[in-house]
Design a protein around this ligand. Structure first.
Ligand SMILES: O=C(O)CCC(=O)C(=O)O
Length: 200
């Protein structure tokens, strides 16, 4: 499978085979048992269309109090550990030196999307962001360091892994839409994205 390069975005097409995708989906299911998916709202009170949870030392949350990392799920339980298969991918493709602190799990239903944004709530931008796609395909938009920079889009399929390092570490990106029902990995349809970051 090809590796696609675009301004610091490295897209490893088909990095996870169907068996690895199914195993990772089971890992995600266990994460969601320990730390149930949340329906997040932006600091301005707008509900986000994705549902979210996290694994790792800290989890990314958003509510009226702002975007931030928290050591516990809002129910008070610690976030579960990052699944070993995710850490193995991180060490292969992102960094063998430093493990991520957070693995954010995004769940996209039929109409979910994620607006153009930068991952900038971390205290240390020296490490790449690694992002794994499972389930339905997504139209992923890649931009530059400024919101108004030109963008390009690519379809991300189940098993694809994106690494955003160097010039792409603080580049704008987002998900315009998913192709609901394009994969049969999630029995009820939808897409899962795991985004790993070093936080501090
Ligand atoms: O779902 C994706 O592919 C991207 C997710 C993302 O950009 C994020 O969680 O910051």
């Amino acid at each position: 499978m090809p590796t696609i390069h675009h301004d610091g975005f490295v897209i490893h097409k088909g990095r996870l085979d169907p068996e690895a995708q199914a195993a990772l989906l089971e890992d995600v299911r266990l994460v969601a048992v320990a730390a149930p998916f949340l329906a997040p709202v932006t600091p301005w009170g707008k509900p986000m269309s994705v549902r979210m949870t996290s694994a790792g030392r800290v989890g990314w949350v958003t509510d009226r109090r702002g975007y931030r990392y928290e050591p516990r799920h809002p129910t008070g339980v610690p976030w579960p550990p990052i699944p070993p298969a995710v850490l193995a991918l991180w060490r292969d493709l992102a960094s063998a030196e430093r493990d991520p602190d957070c693995c954010l799990v995004n769940l996209y239903g039929a109409r979910a999307r994620m607006g153009l944004h930068r991952d900038a709530d971390e205290g240390d931008f020296r490490w790449p962001v690694l992002s794994i796609s499972l389930g339905d395909s997504a139209l992923f938009r890649m931009g530059g360091p400024e919101r108004g920079d030109p963008t390009a889009s690519i379809e991300l399929e189940s098993g694809d892994v994106v690494v955003m390092g160097g010039p792409a570490r603080l580049a704008y990106h987002g998900v315009d839409r998913i192709r609901f029902g394009s994969s049969r990995l999630l029995p009820e349809g939808g897409r899962i994205n795991l985004t790993c970051r070093v936080v501090a």
